[in-house]
Unconditional design. Structure first.
Length: 172
């Protein structure tokens, strides 16, 4: 199964990346690609407001970096289009839903429509993705070797290593 390999670093730590393209693995790539996200936390779902933007420049070949940006925008625009389609499809049925529950019906419909995309991204993750929290960032890599090298450069562990050590402790 695809599933990404995650490395968590403090948000204030400047990450050190391997001198290889994050997409194709070419040594000493000719550029970088900016990867960004918005912080998530309790306020994301409660207040419907994303947090502050977090961005990092990742080594990538110019061609691979452009492709990675295109894929990111395509995923985002597809998600937006599917959410709009879900809202427009169920809008005629809003008259039957009590006003207090309309927002939650819309959220539920949008989540159901987007679920296949979330599953697809879980099985076939992008080469790199980020999840930012208030004080830490999860760097999510498709390539296990790249993730392990990134973790070693930053004195961190991967989530796979954490799972392995927890399993070893339970076995003893």
């Amino acid at each position: 199964m695809g599933l990404s390999i995650d490395v968590r670093l403090p948000k204030n730590q400047a990450p050190k990346f391997p001198a290889r393209c994050v997409v194709c693995g070419q040594e000493k790539p000719d550029g970088t690609v900016r990867v960004s996200t918005r912080a998530i936390g309790w306020w994301t779902w409660t207040l419907w407001a994303p947090g502050r933007k977090f961005a990092v420049d990742v080594p990538a070949c110019s061609w691979c970096g452009a492709r990675l940006r295109r894929q990111h925008w395509f995923r985002w625009l597809t998600m937006l289009a599917l959410a709009a389609a879900a809202i427009l499809t169920i809008a005629p049925f809003f008259d039957d839903v009590p006003r207090a529950f309309r927002r939650w019906v819309v959220v539920g419909a949008v989540l159901v429509v987007l679920l296949p995309g979330f599953v697809w991204q879980l099985i076939f993750p992008p080469p790199i993705d980020l999840t930012a929290f208030s004080d830490s960032v999860d760097y999510e890599f498709r390539d296990r070797a790249y993730a392990e090298e990134f973790a070693a450069l930053n004195n961190a562990t991967t989530d796979a290593e954490d799972d392995d050590s927890a399993g070893a402790e339970e076995a003893s």
